[in-house]
Design a protein around this ligand. Sequence first.
Ligand SMILES: Nc1ncnc2c1ncn2[C@@H]1O[C@H](COP(=O)(O)OP(=O)(O)O)[C@@H](O)[C@H]1O
Ligand SMILES: NC(=O)OP(=O)(O)O
Length: 311
Amino acid sequence: MEAKKIVIALGGNALGNDVEEQKEAVAKTAKVIVDLAEEGYQMIVTHGNGPQVGMIQNAMDEFDKDQVDSKKVPLPTSVAMSQGYIGIDLQNAIKYELFKRNIDGKVSTILSQVEVDENDEAFRNPTKPIGRFLTKEEAEEREAKGIRCMEDAGRGYRIVVASPMPKRIRELETIRTLMNAGHIVITCGGGGIPVINQGGKLVGVNAVIDKDNVSSLLASKIGADYLVILTAVEKVAINFGKPDQEWLSDLTVDQAEKYIEENQFAKGSMLPKIEAAIRFAKSGEGRKTLITLLDKAAEGIAGKTGTVIHQ
Ligand SMILES: Nc1ncnc2c1ncn2[C@@H]1O[C@H](COP(=O)(O)OP(=O)(O)O)[C@@H](O)[C@H]1O
Ligand SMILES: NC(=O)OP(=O)(O)O
């Protein structure tokens, strides 16, 4: 039987919030990934970069301030940097976990560019939170300088940038080839480096693509059986955070669309995950998405926990 293919999308808690935390977090994440590899799954790993890309952009802005001829480092360059430094930590952690288990496994990180539509409405309406959480006062200071900020799902304020829909993963064939050659492939980090195609020339644009959206596109293009979104909750809920909260184990596309109309899923956090799951389910027969905690991934795939979204 052909090995089952899964795309695993790692959320913020799989990576930690700073360089030190990341080293510790990826060691735990690597165990989960290698457990699944030992079960025989072919795996592609994607990851977020919201906190990290904000941190890199701040560091670059700080550097620019001291330059004679200051040129602001573009956001897609910071996304590329985030793919590199998160990718190498994940790759090394997975390799070390394979080594400890005496497995001769292959792991690659592929920098990836993702085409977006330059007329995407998202460029006029930024919604993607990046960087650290801010107080109301800090957010107002930034707003006064023309930097857009928004409240992020009741957790504080954050800078927001445009988050256009991913249209085409340029490195798709490389990813497929490595996966078929038995590699665990880390790719499409931070949603992919956002680019527009100007007559064959790829030009970076100021945006951060949602990693759940690109993971859904990647999963459908490589014909994955499962999209696994690992985040900070074991299950999706309706009436989240309210006295009548109800955890869901199973969610059909029709139910999910109805709950979206009822505003059950917070914008910028759970909503993009549910929308990504719906698109994946609609892209082919039998395609399912699991949403659960990092350390519940194996249990979730075995059908014992998490929320599964399907047609
Ligand atoms: N209806 C809901 N059910 C479960 N979690 C929800 C819901 N609405 C919002 N959330 C929040 O969404 C968070 C996951 O989104 P986020 O933190 O952006 O994910 P990521 O793990 O990709 O960084 C959960 O930790 C939870 O606080
Ligand atoms: N690019 C992206 O979606 O990052 P987060 O998951 O960290 O928000």
